[in-house]
Design a binder for this molecule. Structure first.
Ligand SMILES: [Zn+2]
Length: 411
């Protein structure tokens, strides 16, 4: 048994911070959360972790990450510049580093295969809990159609662990969803528009799927018990995704341009994962068309976050990291605060609301009795300065599943 004596507890529910809390952890679960008494009389063998000058929070969750992406250049994206083994070990290093930064759960939005989930579950490598999408389902010419400017196909398209994700027409879309589930997908990732970094000529407001195709995709995913996370920035494709009933809109940079969309999202309980971090990166891109798109969407994106919050849509944290943003994924929480969220809302966006978004709110996302013991100890007050969560030196202790995953406490 472990007892964490918390100076301040921010439990992730959005309730006020509690002074002098005791968190009792046993068998990987939170057994009790109480207010500190004299702190004696524990059973022998109890490990007492003194965090009386620290802030305790739930383990952080990133709802949109790409652990296996290490850069945007073609050679990196396609894995041409190093052996596959080196690539995998690079990914394993990122998994460990983000866990050590307090990220105990990640929803991967494409590129990571189920071997990593097995490796982490078996303890071969340290890493966060994983919710995997494997690959991005899109039509020919869409986001998941990996063709170079010279017309060549990505060699990784032959990897059976990351099945081909190009599907045209209702039947092919259904088959591709089934193929992803067969390969181990926990969630279905798709795209209905281009993005900032998609090829020149296919931008954030250019459509990918028809409403019929998207309805088939969502129906097939839901009938197999999988949620749908949809890359959609703006234009008609954004509306198609919402009308088809996806479970989360990823990026959603131009939600502000159609007044009907946010009320529709609120009514259908569609989560919003704005991924503000990646556009900070794209604004510095060497590719002029990427830079231009990232600058053009900026004001709309911030406006969309504000309106979504005001309209009752749950805004959750996702970095779209990969080649940037790792391991300080909490940079997204800083971006959310800059876009008008309170620090407490940003913490919810990265804990309890994120857990709801990935369908794991029965297990993680708050420090409450019965939850899995994913808890972090932070040196500082994230309600006063959210950026403490991005500082390696301030993430003093990370507990995942009741086990210490990183320890920077003074000895
Ligand atoms: Zn992404």
């Amino acid at each position: 048994m472990k007892i964490v004596r918390a100076g301040t507890l921010i439990d992730g529910t959005g309730g006020p911070a509690v002074r002098d809390a005791l968190i009792q952890i046993d068998n990987g679960r939170i057994e009790a959360v109480t207010t500190a008494g004299p702190g004696t009389g524990w059973p022998s063998g109890t490990e007492v972790i003194d965090a009386s000058n620290l802030t305790v929070l739930p383990g952080l969750i990133d709802c949109h990450d790409h652990l296996a992406f290490h850069g945007y250049e073609l050679a990196k994206r396609w894995g041409l510049d190093e052996p596959r083994s080196t690539w995998h070990l690079r990914t394993a290093t990122v998994a460990r580093q983000i866990l050590e930064m307090g990220y105990t759960a990640i929803r991967d939005a494409g590129g990571l295969d189920t071997g990593f989930r097995v490796a982490i579950q078996e303890g071969l490598i340290p890493g966060p809990r994983l919710v995997l999408s494997l690959a991005i389902i899109s039509p020919t010419g869409g986001l998941g159609d990996r063709v170079s400017p010279s017309g060549h196909r990505a060699p990784a398209d032959n990897d059976p662990c990351l099945p081909s994700s190009v599907a045209d027409g209702v039947e092919a879309v259904r088959t591709t969803v089934r193929t992803m589930v067969r390969a181990g997908a926990d969630v279905i990732k798709c795209a209905t528009t281009g993005g900032a970094s998609s090829r020149a000529g296919h931008g954030p407001k250019d459509s990918e799927y028809s409403l019929e195709e998207m309805k088939a995709l969502v129906d097939e995913a839901h009938s197999l018990g999988r949620r749908v996370m949809c890359h959609a920035l703006g234009g008609p494709g954004l509306r198609v995704a919402i009308e088809a009933g996806v479970d989360s809109i990823e990026h959603g940079s131009y939600l502000d341009e159609d007044r009907e969309l946010i009320p529709m999202m609120a009514e259908r309980r569609i989560f919003y994962v704005p991924t503000l971090t990646v556009y900070e990166y794209h604004r510095e891109s060497p590719a002029p068309h990427v830079r231009e798109r990232a600058h053009a969407l900026r004001a709309h994106h911030v406006e969309s976050v504000g309106r979504a919050l005001a309209g009752g849509v749950k805004v959750v944290a996702g970095t779209d990291a990969g080649g940037h943003g790792h391991p300080a994924n909490a940079g997204e929480l800083v971006c959310l605060v800059r876009s008008g969220m309170t620090p407490m809302q940003a913490i919810q966006a990265g804990t309890s609301w994120a857990a709801e978004c990935i369908g794991w709110d029965d297990r993680i996302g708050t420090v409450e009795k019965g939850k899995l013991a994913d808890v972090i100890l932070v040196n500082g007050d994230p309600l006063a300065d959210i950026s403490v969560l991005t500082d390696t030196n301030k993430i003093a202790l990370v507990i995942k599943d009741g086990q210490i995953a990183a320890n920077r406490l003074p000895r």
